[in-house]
Design a binder for this molecule. Structure first.
Ligand SMILES: O=c1ccn([C@H]2C[C@H](O)[C@@H](CO)O2)c(=O)[nH]1
Ligand SMILES: [Zn+2]
Length: 135
């Protein structure tokens, strides 16, 4: 699957977004090494803080189906004028499983940029940091 195809998979998810509060639909598609793709959308809640982002929906779908250290790329898309950058919580969740992930970030005109998660998450805190003791 090309980068563009993964981005377009994410765009198909915008119609599934449940966004009565923000009116800001987001779609995501995460690809595993075996080519499997898990899609996600944002799902909001009347208790606003209980909402979940599109990226975390896709990631949790994949992890709950047994995927762990085999993530290759994720596409994140919105109808927005600017690129739909992942929020801090999503960056952190992605970093846990895939610090080497490639991130494709699109805007409403379907133009997208490609960058390593590491660029969005320099000096990230991950599982390895818990293995260390002392200073
Ligand atoms: O990367 C992002 C940024 C925001 N949102 C969602 C959360 C909320 O439903 C809406 C507005 O913040 O967009 C995502 O799904 N992913
Ligand atoms: Zn998020």
């Amino acid at each position: 699957m090309t980068d563009k195809e993964l981005v377009e998979r994410a765009f198909t998810m915008l119609e599934r977004s449940y966004v009565p509060y923000s009116g800001f639909p987001v779609g995501a598609a995460i690809e595993c090494a075996d080519g499997t793709v898990f899609t996600g959308c944002n799902v909001e809640n009347a208790a606003y803080g209980s909402s979940i982002c599109a990226e975390r929906t896709a990631l949790v779908k994949a992890v709950s189906e047994g995927h762990r250290d085999d993530f290759v790329r994720i596409a994140v898309v919105g109808n927005s004028k600017d690129y739909c950058w992942p929020c801090g919580a999503c960056r952190q969740m992605l970093y846990e499983f895939a610090p080497g992930l490639t991130v494709l970030v699109a805007r409403g005109d379907h133009d997208f940029v490609t960058l390593p998660l590491h660029d969005l998450m320099p000096h990230g805190f991950g599982p390895k940091d818990l293995e260390q003791e002392g200073g």
